[in-house]
Write a protein that binds this ligand. Structure first.
Ligand SMILES: [Zn+2]
Length: 845
C-alpha cells in the first residue's frame, strides 16, 4: 500500500491509470490514495459491496483490517509467544530489498519477479597485474577445468576500490556489491575490449587468457565469468565458435569430472547430441541444467583433484577458496528484473539488525511435518508441495522499516511485515465482533491468553464477556478447513501452520486445507499489470450474479484452474433460464404414476445423496452435475414417459421443492424467487437442506427404466442407419437360460472357467455350442456396462418381457410405428438369437 500510494503521490501515470481506468476509482477518492490507509478503506468497502452483490453469505460483523488497533494488540500477543518460543531471532541475512523504499520486499511487494530466489555465488579471485578480476560461479569445484575467462567486449567495465582493494567488475556488479556489506568506490572505467587477450591467474588453475563472449551478461553477478568448456555447454559452444573462425585453436577443454552416461567431455556430448549449432539456441538453457544436474547427482572428480563426489567437492572447494584464496560470496537473484511495487529495481542486501522468523529450525519444522501428516488436504496431490515447502523454507525477514502494520513489541523501530502478521488471524475472526467494542487498553496478552489458550490470570477484566469469547473461539476452533489459492502454499498456507503449532495447544490445531486453482481469462493468466483482468463487478453486471457463480463453481473443481470465457458464461445463463422455465411452467397434476413416480423418487434421492457427498468433499463441479444436469435429465425422461395428456403426479411438487433447495447454494437469487413462487416458507437460504432417504432408492425400478433408456437409444441409432422408414419394430427379450448364463458370468471370479461350470448343467449341455457363444457375448456385455448396473443385474434380472410389454405404448408413440415384444426363446426369427439380458434383439421392418 505504501508503494502504491508513493507512486500515486509521485504522479506515476502507470499506477494512476491502473486505479483510475482499470479499477475505476473515482478521481476524488484517488486523490486521497496518497494516504495508504485510504486505499485500505476504499478497497475493503468495495470488496464488501461486490461480495454482497454476488449473494455471498458473509458475517460482516467480523470484518476487520490488519491496521485496526485491536488487531495490533492481538499481533503483539502472538509475537510475544513467538519470541518466547525462540522463533524470532536477529541476524545478518541476504534479503530482497528495495533501495527506494529502504525496505525488505516480500512476494506481495513485487511488480515483477515475485518468485525470485536468492542465489549464493562464489567469487573466484583471478589476478591481473595489481587488480583482481572476480568471476562469479555456482560451481566452484570446476576451477580445475578453467581454460579462460569470458568478458563481454561491448560492455564498459569499471575499476573499483572494493574494501580498499582494486577490482574490475561490471558497473551493475559494483552497485550490487555495495549492498552486501562492502565499501565500493568507482575509480575508473575499462572497456571490455581492452581486457581481451590479457592473461589472468589463479593458484588452482594457473594462467589463462581472457576471451570475448557476447553471452556474458554484465547484470549477472560480477559480470565476468570463468570458462569450463569440458563441463559447461555455453562455454563449450562459445569456444567452438571462436575456433571455427580459426581463433584460439590452441585451447583444449580440460575435463575434471566423470559422470555416467557421458564421455570425457560431457558438455561437448550434450551439445553435439542435441545438434546445436548456435549459442543462441533456446535449448541451451535446458541442456546446461541437464549436464549440471547429472554431474551434481552422479558426478565424481578425477582422482588427481581429490576423487570426491561433485556434491561434496562443491562445498569443500568453496571453503578452500574462501580460506586460502580470498574468495567471497556474492548474492544474486535467480531471475532477471525483480521490481518493487514502487517501480524501483530490487537488490539483494545483507541486513544486520533484521529480525527473522526462524523457519529453518529443524525442531519447528518437525512439529509442522507431524501436523501435516494428520491434516486432511484437498486435493490430496498438494501434500507433496507442502512437504517440499516445509523442507525448503529458510529464515524469513519478518520486519521492515516503513509500511502499515503493527510494531515489533520489543523493538519498535521495526514493523511486522504483511506475510508475518497474517498467519493466525482465523482465530481473530472468531471473536472480532466482540473486540470491536472493547477498549484497546483492556486487550492485554493475559486477556488473549485466556481467550485462546484458556490460561487463567488473577484479576482478568469483564470476566463474563471473556467467557463468552472463549466459548465462541472454541466453537470455531480447531478450524476444519482453510481455503486459499495454490500460489500461497509456498508462503501463507505453510506459515500459518508454523505459527499455529508455535502458539496453540494440540486440540486447537488446524484440521485441513483446501487449495484453490487460479483464474484464467480466455486461456491467459489474469494479471492487473498486463491489463488482462475482468472485474467481478463487471461480470455480475453483464451476466448476473447467478450465472457468474454457477460458471465459477461448475466449470472446474475448486482446485483446478478455471478459464473465464464470455461465450461459456452466456450458455450458463441459458441453462439457468431453462431451469426457471421448467419450474415455473409446471402445473400440478393429480394422478400418481406408480412405477414411474417410484423411479423419479429413487433417482432424486440418489442425486441428493451424491450432491451432498460431493459438496462435503468440496467437489462443486461434481455436485452441480448431479444437482442441476442430473435432475434435469431425469425430469426430461419422466415427461417423455408420461401417458399422453398427463401433467404428471403430485410428487413433482416435492421434486421441485428439493431441486430448488439443492441449487440454492449455486444460484441463490434464482432459487429465492422460485422458492417464493412455489409457496415455500421464508428464504430458501434458510430452508432445510434436502435429506436423502435411502428407503426411497429402488434399484430394481431404476434398472428397468435404464433398460428402456438404453433400448430407445439403440433403436434411435438403428433408425439412423437404415435406408427405409420403419413400419414396425419387434423387441426380442433374452430367454431364461441366457439369464442364467449372464448371472453366472457376472458372479464368476474366474471368467476363464465359467463355461466349464455352466456346462456341468445337463440342460445347458443339450444346447451345445450356443452356450459358449452366449458366455462370450455376456462377458463382453458385462465389460461394457457400468459396474453398478452389473451389480444390480447380478442381484436380480428384471422381467424384461413385462417391462417392454408395459412400455409398448410409449415406444410406439416415440417411434410412431407399432411395437411388439416377444420372448426370443419362442421365436424362430434369425435375429432373435442375438438377444441378451439387458440387451434385447431389435428387429425393424
Ligand atoms: Zn520500492
Amino acid at each position: 500500500m505504501i508503494g502504491i500510494s508513493k507512486r500515486i503521490a509521485h504522479g506515476d501515470q502507470k499506477a494512476i491509470s491502473l486505479y483510475r481506468d482499470l479499477y475505476r476509482v473515482p478521481d476524488d477518492v484517488l486523490a486521497r490514495f496518497i494516504d495508504p490507509l485510504a486505499i485500505v478503506r476504499h478497497f475493503s468497502d468495495e470488496y464488501q459491496r461486490v461480495m454482497r452483490s454476488c449473494g455471498i453469505s458473509i458475517d460482516w460483523r467480523r470484518r476487520f483490517t490488519t491496521v485496526d488497533p485491536q488487531y495490533s494488540r492481538f499481533i503483539e500477543w502472538q509475537w510475544k509467544h513467538l519470541r518466547e518460543g525462540n522463533h524470532v531471532l536477529k541476524g545478518a541475512h541476504p534479503v530482497r530489498y528495495c533501495p527506494q523504499c529502504d525496505n525488505p520486499v516480500g512476494d506481495h511487494d513485487l511488480l515483477e519477479g515475485d518468485k525470485a530466489e536468492i542465489l549464493r555465488f562464489t567469487l573466484v579471485m583471478f589476478r591481473w597485474n595489481d587488480a583482481i578480476i572476480p568471476t562469479a560461479t555456482l560451481r566452484p569445484e570446476t576451477i580445475y577445468g578453467v581454460t579462460n575467462l569470458w568478458v563481454n567486449p561491448d560492455v564498459t567495465y569499471v575499476r573499483i576500490l572494493m574494501d580498499g582493494a582494486e577490482w574490475i567488475v561490471s558497473r551493475e556488479a559494483a552497485g550490487k556489491l555495495s549492498f552486501q556489506d562492502h565499501t565500493v568506490e568507482i575509480t575508473g572505467e575499462i572497456p571490455g575490449k581492452e581486457l581481451i587477450d590479457q592473461a589472468v591467474s589463479h593458484p588452482l588453475c594457473g594462467t589463462v587468457p581472457i576471451l570475448p563472449a557476447r553471452f556474458v551478461d554484465p547484470d549477472m553477478a560480477s559480470g565476468i565469468v570463468m570458462s569450463v568448456p569440458a563441463h559447461a555447454p555455453f562455454d563449450y559452444i562459445a569456444l567452438r565458435d571462436l575456433q571455427t573462425e580459426g581463433k584460439y585453436t590452441g585451447i583444449e577443454p580440460v575435463p575434471l569430472i566423470s559422470v555416467p552416461g557421458y564421455g570425457r567431455l560431457p558438455a561437448c556430448d550434450a551439445v553435439e547430441r542435441a545438434g546445436i549449432v548456435s549459442q543462441d539456441d533456446p535449448r541451451m538453457e535446458n541442456l546446461t541444467q541437464e549436464v549440471y544436474g547429472a554431474e551434481f547427482a552422479h558426478g565424481r572428480l578425477f582422482d588427481r583433484y581429490g576423487g570426491s563426489s561433485v556434491r561434496e567437492a562443491r562445498d569443500s572447494v568453496a571453503s578452500l577458496m574462501v580460506d586460502r584464496y580470498g574468495s567471497l560470496p556474492m548474492y544474486e537473484f535467480d531471475t532477471r528484473s525483480v521490481v518493487c511495487r514502487c517501480g524501483s529495481r530490487a537488490v539483494v542486501k545483507i541486513l544486520h539488525d533484521q529480525w527473522f522468523l526462524q523457519y529453518s529450525d529443524p525442531a519447528w519444522k518437525e512439529q509442522v511435518v507431524a501436523l501435516l501428516e494428520r491434516m486432511d488436504l484437498v486435493p490430496p496431490e498438494v501434500r507433496a508441495e507442502f512437504e517440499r515447502t516445509v523442507d525448503w523454507l529458510k529464515d524469513w525477514a519478518c520486519t521492515r522499516r516503513v509500511g502499515l502494520g503493527t510494531r515489533l513489541p520489543w523493538d519498535t523501530d521495526w514493523l511486522i511485515e504483511p506475510l508475518s502478521d497474517s498467519t493466525v488471524y482465523m482465530a481473530y475472526y472468531t471473536i472480532a465482533h466482540h473486540l470491536k467494542t472493547m477498549p484497546t487498553g483492556m486487550l492485554t496478552p493475559e486477556v488473549f491468553d485466556f481467550i485462546f489458550l484458556g490460561r487463567e490470570t488473577p484479576g482478568l477484566p469483564e470476566r463474563e464477556r471473556l467467557d463468552l469469547m472463549r466459548r465462541e473461539f472454541l466453537f470455531w476452533y480447531p478450524y476444519n478447513f482453510r481455503f486459499s489459492a495454490k500460489d500461497l502454499i509456498s508462503n501463507h498456507l505453510t506459515f500459518q501452520l508454523f505459527h499455529h503449532v508455535a502458539i496453540f495447544p494440540e486440540p486447537c490445531l488446524p484440521r485441513g486445507m483446501v487449495v484453490f486453482g487460479m483464474g484464467l481469462l480466455n486461456g491467459a493468466k489474469m494479471s492487473s499489470s498486463k491489463g488482462n483482468v475482468f472485474l467481478l463487478e463487471d461480470a455480475v453486471e453483464e451476466f448476473g450474479a447467478d450465472s457468474v457463480r454457477m460458471f465459477l463453481v461448475g466449470s472446474a473443481e475448486p482446485w483446478q484452474d478455471f478459464d473465464w470465457r464470455n461465450e461459456l458464461v452466456t450458455s450458463t445463463r441459458k441453462q439457468i433460464d431453462r431451469f426457471m422455465d421448467t419450474v415455473l411452467e409446471y402445473q400440478p397434476g393429480h394422478e400418481r404414476q406408480e412405477d414411474l413416480d417410484r423411479w423419479l423418487e429413487s433417482r432424486l434421492h440418489g442425486r441428493i445423496a451424491r450432491t451432498t457427498e460431493a459438496l462435503e468433499r468440496f467437489q462443486t463441479r461434481q455436485a452441480l452435475q448431479e444437482a442441476f444436469f442430473g435432475v434435469e435429465s431425469d425430469l426430461r425422461w419422466y415427461r417423455k414417459r408420461l401417458p399422453p395428456g398427463s401433467a404428471g403426479s403430485p410428487f413433482l411438487k416435492d421434486l421441485f421443492s428439493a431441486w430448488v433447495r439443492l441449487l440454492a447454494p449455486f444460484v441463490p437469487f434464482t432459487c429465492e424467487y422460485l422458492w417464493k413462487e412455489l409457496g415455500g416458507e421464508g428464504l430458501v437460504s434458510y430452508a432445510p437442506w434436502p435429506v436423502a432417504d435411502s428407503g426411497a432408492v429402488d434399484s430394481q425400478v431404476e434398472l428397468s427404466e435404464e433398460l428402456l433408456v438404453r433400448t430407445v437409444e439403440d433403436i434411435e441409432s438403428i433408425v439412423k442407419i437404415i435406408q427405409f422408414s420403419p413400419s414396425a419394430i419387434t423387441i426380442y427379450t433374452a430367454p431364461s437360460w441366457k439369464k442364467k448364463v449372464f448371472s453366472m458370468v457376472a458372479a464368476a471370479e474366474d471368467k476363464t472357467t465359467v463355461t466349464r461350470e455352466i456346462m456341468k448343467d445337463a440342460e445347458m449341455r443339450k444346447r451345445g455350442k450356443e452356450v459358449p457363444d452366449a458366455v462370450r457375448q455376456c462377458t463382453t456385455l458385462i465389460h461394457r456396462l457400468p459396474p453398478q448396473i452389473v451389480a444390480g443385474l447380478a442381484r436380480e434380472i428384471p422381467d424384461e418381457l413385462a417391462i417392454f410389454s408395459d412400455a409398448a405404448g410409449f415406444l410406439s408413440r416415440e417411434f410412431s410405428v407399432p411395437v411388439s415384444v416377444s420372448d426370443a426363446g419362442e421365436s424362430t426369427h434369425a435375429k432373435a438369437a442375438f438377444a441378451l439380458p439387458f440387451k434385447p434383439a431389435i428387429v425393424i421392418e
